[in-house]
Write a new protein. Sequence first.
Lengths: 234, 324
Amino acid sequence: MLEINNINVHFGVIHALKDVSLTVNEGEIVTLLGANGAGKTTTLRTASGLKKPTDGNILLNGKDITQTSAQERVKMGISHVPEGRRVFPAMTVLENLELGAYLRRDRAEINKDLKMVYDRFPILYDRKKQSAGTLSGGEQQMLAIGRALMSRPKILFLDEPSMGLAPLLVQEIFSIIKDINETGTTILLVEQNASMALQIAHRAYVLETGSIVLSGTGSELMQSEDIRKAYLGG
Amino acid sequence: MVKGLKELLSLRKWFLLLFTFVIVQFLVQINVINDYLQATIATICINIILAVSLNLITGFTGQFSLGHAGFMSIGAYTCAIILLRVPSTGGFLAGLLSGAVLAALVGFLVGLPTLRLRGDYLAIATLGMSEIIRIIFLNLEITNGAAGLSGIPRFTNWFYLFVFMAGTILLISNFLRSSHGRACISVREDEIAAEAMGINATRYKVTAFTIGAFCAGIAGALYAGYFYFLKPSTFGFLKSIDILVIVVLGGMGSLSGSVLAAILLALISTFLQDFPDLRMVLYSLMLIIIMIFRPQGLMGSKELSLKMLTGLGRNLLPSRKGGE
Ligand SMILES: Nc1ncnc2c1ncn2[C@@H]1O[C@H](COP(=O)(O)OP(=O)(O)OP(=O)(O)O)[C@@H](O)[C@H]1O
Ligand SMILES: [Mg+2]
């Protein structure tokens, strides 16, 4: 479904991504692991069109989208939950969700999806008139995910959804991600929490200072000696 | 049912506007409102147009601009130059329209490159732009340099002031209520998240900037058509600050706040006319006091509504409060 071929990304003189290639097939959960500064966020931002690569190309369902704007990519079915949640703090929960459907005009279907999001996250329904800035960290993460679902994505990018959440909430977020995937959304998940991510992922890639150094199925990587040492604490 | 009620309310808004217009028009006609008061009213209307349009840029879209006086001066000079050659209502309206369009064009052209900048950088860039515009007017022959233009025939009257003020408020409030308005606010709230939702942040910033410049151009033209006289120093840095003060005082993100603040500041300064020595000191002191007690501005980001007024009434009347 998503194919990234040999992309290089620079920030001035910093060479953030070096010949990165990865594939996400329809229906999969693929996770991208790596230490701080490895280039995980940059990979997602490049795939969703927020950052342009210096070279290489990106295909969505076989179509080259390397030059396509972020707006067009949202219309084509990519949705991105950015790192650090980034809800619109002064807006209400409902307004945040509505903005997720900003590019859509099908009012009736939008309302259906709104109901779907509320069913998935009942707490958001209870808080719908509350401004998003006053939600707890976990609630904000749910809102960020719910907002991304409002564009009815075919593929969802999640950038460290478990960041800063209590263990119980991390469990919950991961089971929600698994559930979203099971109802038909392909997922590319960036995580620092390798053990949790590998448990739900079909396949995984490991990024190290801008290059992919390892890839395989979730269980393969879980067995891998290198991974155990570097990310799973022995 | 609810829809009918809403329509009735907006009908009431129109009545209120019409009512204000007729009353002031009547008072002007029977000479209750003297020249001085008329000039104050003109200033208020012009400031409301300026503040409401700057609020769109700074309060709602979150782009800190210090260049509003520059756009105003483009409208003012364009209208004055045309009026001096074609002193008729037609000339005035043509001048006003071309002034506004020219200001919008400059806003668009300046906005495209500068709106990539953020916060204080953008403020400095817009400040620089408005200084460049001022220096151009200072050196052009057609604007008569530092001496400025004088003897501009007066065509701005209460009718035009009112129509363009109401027009600006309606234009901007309708824009904000549309999905475009939501997009502008989301850009203020979090530009990266807005982009991730498929909102073209640059496009909305430039749009807000262009609409704001257009309205500032109108305000400038009304100014030129009222005060007989223009010189570049009128549109310096301090004028932009004055407008920003109205916006901040009224509340970033509240149109009715801008309207209230423009009126309030005009009243304060009229009142302070009687103390010429202390005028600026008292004025600044009042601003400081207001900002200490209402750091979010008079209205915050809320709009004045009937509900709020009745709520206020209830709070002020202790007898009703006791009944709760
Ligand atoms: N806007 C930017 N300007 C300059 N350098 C940047 C920018 N964004 C990222 N970088 C650099 O690119 C590299 C990769 O950063 P990136 O944010 O993709 O890492 P990450 O894997 O997401 O890290 P983390 O786990 O800490 O979020 C880092 O060296 C970073 O300093
Ligand atoms: Mg990151």
